[in-house]
Design a protein around this ligand. Structure first.
Ligand code: NAP
Length: 297
């Protein structure tokens, strides 16, 4: 039986080695006998690709994002999607808090200045006791909220539905932004959330507000964000994700009240090892006739 697996996007070398022990890997052109696709959370799996793969059974995501997958086409074929939930949640939440603190306390800007030989003490902004807004209160959003509690934050959130949590539910994003000093973006990408953080939301966040995006660049209208930052209509931004990765607009790179990271959220040694193990576990369960532990839906 052919065990052809298509790598739809680059994955860590250790995972590739583990997969090569179990499958015949294909990188550029998947054969029609392909039974599994593996790739990162940003990979694209569209209807045209699916049409070429009549024997495809499972798409195993090395990550939790799946906004690049054509869900209707996959569902119509009964193809499984498996992700790596839980094992990256805490790392991404850590990254969100790191970016937030780096903006408020000028960590990156001060580091740059001191490396140039400068010793000045510009005033940062207090991080403790702030109004914390979270857009998308899933696994990562809740992990951010738990951390923000440690900073004495007054936490509110919005999602598609209210959750059984002690934090305050706000019905829409614009209201959430207006009631927040810091707005964390932690909802999935995709058509439903494209550019939801627009000029209106940023203006509601206001000149003392900080935006932190660890979700997907597609959720934020990047041009509107640049305009709001340049005119100081918001106070700053911590960005792990961008509209056109790996391209980061020069306008974002030159502003000191912006802290940038190269989609670092889940990229810890520990997290990546656990994610790789879960990709393997998902595939082994599927091809062993079991339900993959990270099965979506
Ligand atoms: P999750 O557990 O599925 O949570 C997603 C949350 O977003 C849920 O609260 C959901 O609300 C909410 N949501 C979904 N669609 C929404 C909409 N249209 N409007 C408002 N809220 C909406 O996902 P997660 O594990 O927390 O991950 C969140 C996202 O983070 C992923 O989709 C991925 O894109 C991104 N991510 C980034 C990195 C990184 O390295 N930077 C790493 C991992 C993940 P309901 O429950 O009400 O539907």
């Amino acid at each position: 039986m052919a065990n052809d697996l298509f790598l739809a996007s680059p994955i860590p070398p250790a995972l590739e080695i583990a997969l090569a022990e179990r499958f015949t890997l294909h990188r550029d052109t998947p054969p029609a006998t392909t039974r599994a696709i593996v790739g990162g959370g940003m990979m694209t799996v569209d209807a045209a690709l699916l049409d070429r793969l009549p024997e495809l059974e499972i798409i195993a995501v090395h990550g939790v994002g799946h906004d690049g997958i054509d869900h209707d086409a996959v569902a119509a074929r009964g193809i499984r999607i498996a992700i790596t939930p839980d094992v990256l949640t805490e790392d991404v939440a850590d990254q969100a808090i790191a970016l937030w603190l780096a903006v408020e306390r000028r960590v990156a800007a001060n580091d740059r200045a001191m490396r140039m030989g400068n010793w000045t003490v510009p005033l940062g902004r207090r991080a403790s006791g702030r109004r914390i807004g979270i857009f998308g209160l899933g696994k990562i959003g809740q992990a951010i909220a738990r951390r923000a509690e440690g900073f004495g934050g007054d936490i509110r959130y919005t999602a598609r539905s209210e959750k059984p949590v002690a934090w305050t539910f706000v019905p829409d994003l614009a209201t959430l932004a207006a009631e927040s000093d810091v707005l964390f973006v932690a909802a999935p990408g995709g058509a439903e959330t494209r550019n939801v953080v627009d000029a209106t939301v940023l203006d509601r966040l206001g000149p003392k507000g900080v935006l932190v995006n660890i979700a997907r660049g597609s959720l934020v209208d990047e041009e509107a964000l640049i305009a709001a930052l340049e005119s100081h209509r918001i106070a700053g931004a911590g960005l792990d994700v961008f509209a056109e990765e790996p391209d980061v607009p020069y306008a974002l790179r030159r502003m000191n009240h912006v802290v940038l990271a190269p989609h670092q959220g889940s990229a810890t040694r520990e997290g990546r090892a656990a994610m790789a193990a879960m990709v393997i576990a998902n595939l082994e369960a599927h091809f062993g006739g079991q339900v993959p532990p990270g099965l979506l839906g």
